[in-house]
Design a protein around this ligand. Structure first.
Ligand code: NAD
Length: 373
């Protein structure tokens, strides 16, 4: 059983899908691990550290030869997989809806592409969930990005020269990223409020010491769909939410948006008029910018200014915390593969519930129900 670890090829990607810690654990399971030379450079892991953990290092072609499982953070360019064994697994964040042509190309290569972001949201798969581990870091970093763009401070400060008031931070979308954003903004001393379409988040917001801002008394108020994900809301709800948010946003210094709906463009939460109502110098961070954006005028990969308000739209936010992001991503992959490790076969054997959820291609075809429906 040979596991290959690829050097990421996507622009701006600084993470790596295995660390010396997970290499050691794979070796302990009986696997041989081959790491592409320089794979960990941007996450502060050098080749020698992988070698000390029991891996070999080499060129892409060499690590791919006879590999049974290929690991990545993002899906590799199919053209760079020449020589991969048909039937080999490719486990990575494959962006199945956004990079459908690549999925077709993986099928043509005869490999089994496993999309780690399709991991079902069930208790036993929590430790394998890359969306959770990475969103948590993104929520933290969003607050730091906001703080560094903001020309004022977060905590209230009583100084000899006078008092500086605490920043008001509003978090929209209280999933994994939003919860971490609330906690981080609170730690920095901000006054924090938050909203979501799932009413279950109200209590979570309060338990972190923030104020919930919720639409009440509107039909179709419960926005929780399957697997704990949000659903698209009714027009009546959207209108009530926009009104409530408009009044609230005008008084905020920082807004962090994290709202996503799986398989659809991100919901639009902040309009240009709402941005104009904020005081100059305020900052909005749109963590959903790569999924279409929650904020009108947000640009992926840029910090733009509208009506004196900065709108931060960094791409791949977790990649800027590449060491910890890699450590958690690598553990997700290890937790996944080791949970299914069959000692006798000397390799992982997936069960139906998780296998069917994450497997995109098999036997030369696209087989995933979410892509075929
Ligand atoms: P997500 O990244 O899909 O979306 C972010 C948040 O945006 C969600 O809370 C969503 O409800 C919210 N949102 C969507 N549309 C909105 C709108 N119009 N206005 C305001 N907010 C809106 O969510 P997530 O971080 O993946 O978390 C979703 C849920 O799944 C959470 O309850 C989380 O704890 C749970 N979860 C469970 C597991 C597991 O059991 N393995 C793993 C991860 C997350």
């Amino acid at each position: 059983m040979k596991i290959a670890v690829l050097k990421e090829g996507a622009a701006g990607e600084r993470r790596v899908s295995a660390t010396p810690e997970t290499v050691k654990k794979f070796v302990a399971l009986g696997a041989a691990v081959a790491v592409e030379r320089g794979a960990g450079d941007t996450a502060s892991i050098d080749d020698a550290a992988y070698e000390a953990a029991g891996a070999t290092t080499g060129a892409r072609g060499d690590v791919l030869v006879d590999a049974d499982i290929v690991l990545g953070v993002q899906g590799p360019d199919p053209a760079s997989l020449t020589g991969i064994k048909p039937g080999a697994w490719l486990a990575a964040g494959l962006n199945p809806f956004g990079a459908r042509d690549r999925v077709d190309a993986y099928a043509a290569l005869g490999i089994e592409a496993l999309a780690m972001e399709f991991m079902p949201r069930i208790t036993r798969a929590q430790s394998m969930d890359i969306l959770s581990s990475q969103s948590n870091l993104a929520g933290y970093k969003a607050v730091l990005d906001a703080a560094s763009e903001y020309g004022r401070v977060f905590p209230m400060m009583m100084t000899a020269a006078g008092t500086v008031s605490a920043a008001k931070v509003f978090v929209m979308g209280v999933g994994v990223a939003g919860l971490q954003a609330i906690a981080t903004a609170r730690r920095l001393g901000a006054q924090v409020s938050a909203t979501d379409v799932r009413s279950a988040t109200k209590e979570q917001i309060q338990s972190l010491g923030a104020k919930p801002i919720f639409v009440e008394n509107v039909a179709g108020i419960e926005g929780e769909g399957s697997g704990g994900y949000a659903t698209e809301m009714s027009d009546e709800y959207k209108a009530a939410q926009a009104e409530l948010v408009s009044a609230h946003i005008a008084k905020q210094d920082i807004v962090i948006t994290t709202a996503l709906i799986p398989g659809r463009p991100a919901p639009r939460l902040i309009s240009d008029a709402q941005i104009a109502s904020m005081r100059p110098g305020s900052v909005i961070v749109d963590l959903a910018v790569e999924a279409g954006g929650n904020v009108e005028g947000a640009v992926a990969g840029e910090v733009v200014e509208k009506h004196g308000v900065k709108i931060v739209g960094h791409r791949n936010v977790t990649s800027r915390l590449s060491s910890d992001a890699s450590a958690l991503f690598a553990r997700n992959l290890y937790n996944f593969l080791s949970a299914f490790w069959d000692k006798e076969a000397g390799k992982p054997v997936l069960d139906e519930e998780i296998g069917d959820a994450i497997r995109l291609t098999q036997g030369g075809k696209v087989v995933n129900a979410r892509l075929l429906s």
